[in-house]
Design a protein around this ligand. Sequence first.
Ligand SMILES: Cc1ncc(COP(=O)(O)O)c(C=O)c1O
Length: 412
Amino acid sequence: MKGFNRKEGQLFIDDVSLKDIAKKFGTPVYVYSANKLKENLNNYVSSVRKEDKVCYSVKSNSNIHILSLLSELGSGFDVVSGNELRRCLEAGAKPEDIVFSGVGKTKEEIRLAISAGIFSINIESEEELERIINISKDLKKQAECTIRINPDLSSESHPYIQTGLKTSKFGVLKEKVDSMARKASESGSVNLKGIASHVGSQIFDKELILENLNLLIEISTHLTKQGHNLRYLDLGGGFGISYQEEKELKIDEVLTEIISVLEPLNLNLILEPGRSISGNAGVLLSKVEYLKKTPDLNFAVIDSGMNDFLRPSLYQAWHDISVVETKDKKELFYKVVGPVCESGDTFGEERLLSLDENSILAIHDAGAYGHAMSSNYNSRLKSSEILIEDEEIKVIRRRETFDDLLRQERDV
Ligand SMILES: Cc1ncc(COP(=O)(O)O)c(C=O)c1O
């Protein structure tokens, strides 16, 4: 069976037992299913037209092997730093398939983006436009750009993953767009090819996506009337995934509806999906170190911490936790915690699990914003990453060592 599946109580990816992976490679370890990544990307690619672009949001999982896999399958990329851009180029991505968002692009990053000839720099402020014009004149090379609009739309997600509110730092308010478009075109060094926006993450409301689409159409139509030649609408990412029991959007249905609106307008679509491609394609495997009883609670202290996987601590995000090999032992309610010296280092409360010391747990849907957000807090070493496809097991990042940890402090 492809992807995650359970056979006789044991968790597998394709035909590979995750218990065996934990035994062979140690824990904590991130394990990804290549087939699930492919399936998730294909949900997008098969629903859009050839001239539209699906630009996987690299921030959600930036492992270069995953970027290569997605690039080979025709994915473009949404990057938010010069180093993410470099990663994509190293992974074999074509510059013309890369868009670059982010409010704080440095001069060096803009220089890199223009020199590489990426598809678009998504401009996030008037000040950034000024900088892009200067650099492109200096390089004597036109900058390909879109303007990122702040849509002033609210989603119901966690405040930290809402990016489209008027008060947020992202994008420019629509009142600014006219003068920016004029400035871009008068500069002769910026080719304004579209309008972009990203409402936020974990969007489950189709109407909100369509509202964002309509806003972009309205602005683009207006600018076209002013003589600008805009062909692309970048709707950002944010399609929600089910971590607990959320009702997911049907990506193909929403995209079919979006394309039916864009087709008569002769406009092309850009999408920047992150977690809806990488999220449910990965798990974090951890070993139980201690089962600690207190008068009020049973703690399962595991060997992963918030440094390995930050989402539960940062966003109080809910992730399913299961035992990779279920046993006929009594189930108890556990608070699943890590070893980091913070009370927030908690992965789940009141989880009904049947555990022994040394049991291996899988924290599910950890493929997005998992390893990519990990740190060395408490001098903990970053975990390894493994990619599984059918029977093939590929180590795509080795576990960090103590020497790696100290290298930058010693080599000074
Ligand atoms: C500009 C932009 N595009 C795309 C994404 C990807 O969002 P998601 O992973 O929810 O699809 C983000 C996430 O923060 C973003 O800021």
